[in-house]
Ligand binder design. Structure first.
Ligand code: NAP
Length: 313
């Protein structure tokens, strides 16, 4: 039988992905929306607060929480206490301790919790992981540069502390890194550039160490920037010790090896997320990978602050 699901937070990603993907997945049936602004979808009721949903429709078994991350822990705890299985948009929570708490609480309540990392659901990412398994790496560089005004127009929350700033897209690259790296990677140093009038970084440079490094001269770095004009770049370049050059482009949907395109599939990240979620629900298993969040948390821990020009929309 299809799993009844309600969505909490009807913003851009819910409208772009969750609603259409749920609509075409026979394993799910949209039961309700929870929207502070009261946004509607034909055929299902809208509630302003999750508690109203839980009181009115106790039969709803699952919720997808698609709010900004800073408010997610309290919403997820309330859902678990109401007996719901929980899907979390990325990044799952603003801190690693809150994520640990949700995992423990879901286990106590015998509920499924699933922390999604949409960029991991690309065939090219799986292929890169397969090719890198067991190898030593000479270098790895992430270049994740986009125009915040184009991709997050009017989203004031991204500048609130706890909502990640440029790490909101940057954590997508880190979720690919933690999936494909053949051994654990650690943040050694970081520079975080804060606009003079904002509380989250608009750019960040990271230096990593990696247990798969070929030697002391191996370089592992990342550049995130929200001020990119013109062509947008979501690329990861990897050089292996045996001389192969892998390049993931377009957010992880294309893989080049030694300059030749070896894999390109149309993006179906959220289709993959909901297929995985159906299996987790059927098997009553949780899936929470905290590694990408840990890298961001560590960048904030070791990061130096630099001042950037004030940001205005
Ligand atoms: P958004 O358009 O701003 O939508 C977030 C929605 O959450 C709001 O519209 C609001 O909807 C609800 N909400 C509840 N509490 C809120 C609060 N305190 N502040 C602001 N909104 C609140 O944001 P989004 O782009 O959909 O991003 C949401 C999450 O999805 C983020 O974690 C982001 O990283 C992730 N994500 C986004 C994209 C993308 O392309 N935009 C892609 C992948 C993942 P209601 O009024 O309906 O309650």
């Amino acid at each position: 039988m299809a799993h009844s699901i309600a969505i909490i937070g009807i913003g851009k990603i819910t409208q772009d992905q969750h609603l259409p993907v749920i609509a075409k997945n026979p394993n799910f049936k949209l039961a309700a929306l929870v929207s502070q602004r009261g946004l509607q979808q034909s055929g299902v009721p809208t509630f302003r607060m999750p508690a109203e949903l839980y009181a009115a429709m106790p039969e709803v078994e699952t919720v997808a929480i698609c709010t900004p991350p800073a408010v997610r822990h309290a919403i997820a705890r309330e859902a678990l206490d109401a007996g719901k299985h929980v899907l979390l948009e990325k990044p799952p929570t603003p801190t690693t301790a809150e994520l640990d708490d949700l995992v423990a609480h879901a286990a106590r309540r015998n509920r499924v919790i699933f922390a999604t990392w949409h960029s991991q659901y690309n065939a090219a990412v799986d292929e890169a992981r397969r090719r890198l398994a067991g190898k030593k790496l000479r270098s790895l560089h992430i270049e994740w540069k986009e125009d915040v005004k184009r991709w997050h127009p009017g989203q004031e929350w991204i500048w609130d502390a706890g909502n990640f700033g440029v790490f909101d897209p940057g954590i997508n690259a880190l979720s690919i890194l933690t999936k494909i790296a053949p051994a654990p990677t650690f943040v050694k140093s970081a520079t975080l550039a804060y606009p003079a009038n904002r509380d989250t970084p608009i750019a960040a440079s990271l230096v990593f160490s990696c247990l798969a490094a070929e030697g002391p001269s191996s370089k592992f770095t990342a550049e995130f920037d929200w001020r990119q004009q013109g062509e947008q770049s979501w690329n990861i370049d990897i050089a292996t010790a045996d001389g192969e050059a892998l390049r993931l482009t377009h957010g992880g949907s294309k893989l080049f090896v030694d300059g030749a395109l070896v894999l390109e599939k149309p993006m179906a990240e959220y289709e993959g997320i909901y297929e995985h979620f159906a299996v987790l629900l059927d098997e009553k298993k949780s899936a929470v990978d905290g590694a990408p969040l840990q890298l961001v948390a560590d960048a904030f821990l070791v990061g130096k602050r630099s001042m950037a020009e004030a940001f205005y929309w």
